[in-house]
Design a protein around this ligand. Structure first.
Ligand SMILES: Nc1ncnc2c1ncn2[C@@H]1O[C@H](COP(=O)(O)OP(=O)(O)OP(=O)(O)O)[C@@H](O)[C@H]1O
Length: 384
C-alpha cells in the first residue's frame, strides 16, 4: 500500500540542513497495522507526512496504492489526500462545532448532500461508540472521546489509509487501550491500512503487526513485532523493548536481588516454541535442581508468549551446569552467577535512550557495563 524507495526529506539547506528522513526504504502492506517507533526528533512525523504529501519528498520515490506521489501535481495530490485519513495527538477538533459537525465537516467539503451526510455521521458515531455525544461540543468530552471523534472524522470519506500520529500520547493507559482496540476494529472490519507513529513500545506491542524503528531520520530496524521484541538488533530497539516488558532486572534491581538471593541466578527467555524453558518446573525436576522465581514477566505479543524469568537455582553445581546447557538448547539463558561471583546480563539496559545516542556510546567495559547509557540518560533526560 505504501512503498518508500530511498526516500529522503531535507529541511533547509547549507550547514543548517536537517535530514529529517534519510534514505528510507520500506514497504507497508495493504491492510496491515504498521508501527513506526522512535524518540522525539527521529523523523517519524515527517515520514508519515510524506505519505499524504503534507511534506514533499526531497529525493527518492514514494508509491501510495501503486501511484507515484513524487510525480503528482496538485489535482492528483488532492485526490490522494481524500483517500488518507489522519488523527493527531491533540485531536485537532473544531471547538465551535458539535461532535456531529466535526465529523460532517470533511463530507461537507466533499459536497455530500445533507441527508447522506447525516446518515453517514450517525453511522460513524455509532461505530466509534459515541452516538450519544452527537450534539456535545469537544470541550465537553474526555480525551478518549475526543480521539473517537477524530477517528470518526478521519473515516468519514472512507479512506484506504489511516495515519495515526501519536494518537494516544495524550491519553491515560486505560483510555489508550480503548482507542487502540478501536483502531484494531477499524483495521479488521473496514480493511483500512493503519500507520501508527509512537514513542511508546507498549503501543506497538498492543497494536502492531510490523514495526520500524527510526533514529536520526533512518529506519535502523524493521520486521514483525514479535521478532523485533524477541531479538532486537539495535541498541535503541533494546531500550524500547526494555521499557515495555520490564521482565529483566535492571543492574540496580539485580544488585538488590543478589543480597536477597545469594545463590546462582539465571534469566531464561520464554518464547513461542521455547521448548523446555516453557516447562521450567519439569526441567528443574529432571535435573534435581531447586528453583525460586525471583523476577520476571510473561506477556503476549502478537498473541504469542513472550518474556523471561529470573530464577535462583539451588543444588549440586554440576547439575546446575547441566540444566543450563539443557535450557540453552532451546532458548536464550543468561547466567548471572552468584552474589560472590556475579556476572552481568550483557543485554540488560537501564531506562530510556535519548535521541541519537545509540551506537555513539563507547564499548561497555566489564566494570560498569551500563555507565554510558546512564550518563546519556542523565545528560538528555530520556524521551519526552
Ligand atoms: N518544517 C520543518 N522545518 C525544519 N525542520 C523540521 C521541520 N519539521 C521537522 N523538522 C526537523 O526534522 C527532524 C525530525 O522531526 P520529526 O517531527 O519528523 O520527528 P519525530 O520523530 O516525529 O519527533 P516528534 O515526536 O518530536 O514530533 C527534527 O530535527 C525536526 O526539528
Amino acid at each position: 500500500m505504501i512503498s518508500f524507495r530511498e526516500v529522503t526529506k531535507v529541511f533547509g539547506d547549507g550547514p543548517d540542513a536537517v535530514r529529517a528522513v534519510d534514505s528510507v526504504t520500506l514497504d507497508i502492506g495493504r491492510g496491515e497495522i504498521f508501527g513506526v517507533i522512535g524518540y522525539s526528533g527521529a523523523g517519524k512525523s515527517t515520514l508519515v507526512r510524506l505519505v499524504n504529501a503534507l511534506e514533499r519528498v526531497s529525493s527518492g520515490q514514494l508509491l501510495v496504492d501503486g501511484q507515484d506521489v513524487t510525480a503528482m501535481g496538485e489535482a492528483q495530490l488532492r485526490q490522494l489526500r481524500a483517500g488518507i485519513g489522519m488523527i493527531f495527538q491533540q485531536f485537532n477538533l473544531m471547538n465551535s462545532r458539535t461532535v456531529a459537525g466535526n465529523v460532517a465537516y470533511p463530507l461537507k467539503v466533499a459536497k455530500w448532500p445533507k441527508q447522506k451526510r447525516q446518515e453517514r455521521v450517525a453511522e460513524l458515531l455509532e461505530f466509534v461508540g459515541i452516538a450519544d455525544k452527537a450534539r456535545s461540543y469537544p470541550g465537553q468530552l474526555s480525551g478518549g472521546q475526543k480521539q473517537r471523534v477524530g477517528i470518526a472524522r478521519a473515516l468519514a470519506t472512507s479512506p484506504k489509509i489511516l495515519l495515526a500520529d501519536e494518537a494516544t500520547s495524550a491519553l491515560d493507559p486505560d483510555t489508550t487501550q480503548d482507542v487502540l482496540t478501536l483502531l484494531k476494529r477499524v483495521n479488521r472490519e473496514l480493511g483500512i491500512t493503519i500507520v501508527v507513529i509512537t514513542h511508546e513500545m507498549d503501543v506497538v506491542r498492543s497494536i502492531g503487526q510490523r514495526v520500524a524503528v527510526m533514529e536520526q531520520g533512518r529506519v535502523v530496524e524493521h520486521g514483525r513485532v514479535y521478532d523485533v521484541f524477541a531479538s532486537p538488533r539495535e541498541r535503541a530497539t533494546r531500550r524500547f523493548v526494555a521499557t515495555t516488558l520490564k521482565d529483566r532486572p535492571s543492574p540496580e534491581a539485580l544488585e538488590r536481588l543478589r543480597h536477597r538471593h545469594p545463590g546462582r541466578m539465571i534469566t531464561v527467555g520464554i518464547r513461542e516454541g521455547g521448548g523446555k524453558a516453557n516447562d521450567l518446573t519439569a526441567v528443574l525436576r529432571a535435573h534435581g535442581v531447586d528453583g525460586t522465581i525471583v523476577f520476571g514477566g510473561i506477556t503476549e505479543i502478537d498473541e504469542r508468549p513472550f518474556g523471561s524469568l529470573t530464577v535462583e537455582l539451588g543444588g549440586d553445581g554440576a547439575a546446575i551446569d547441566a540444566l543450563i546447557a539443557d535450557l540453552r538448547g532451546t532458548t536464550d539463558v543468561h547466567d548471572l552467577g552468584t552474589a560472590a561471583d556475579p556476572r552481568d546480563d550483557p543485554s540488560a539496559v537501564t531506562g530510556d535512550a535519548p535521541p541519537g545516542s545509540a551506537g555513539d556510546d563507547p564499548p561497555r567495559g566489564p566494570a560498569d557495563p551500563y555507565g554510558p547509557a546512564i550518563d546519556a540518560i542523565r545528560r538528555h533526560g530520556g524521551p519526552r
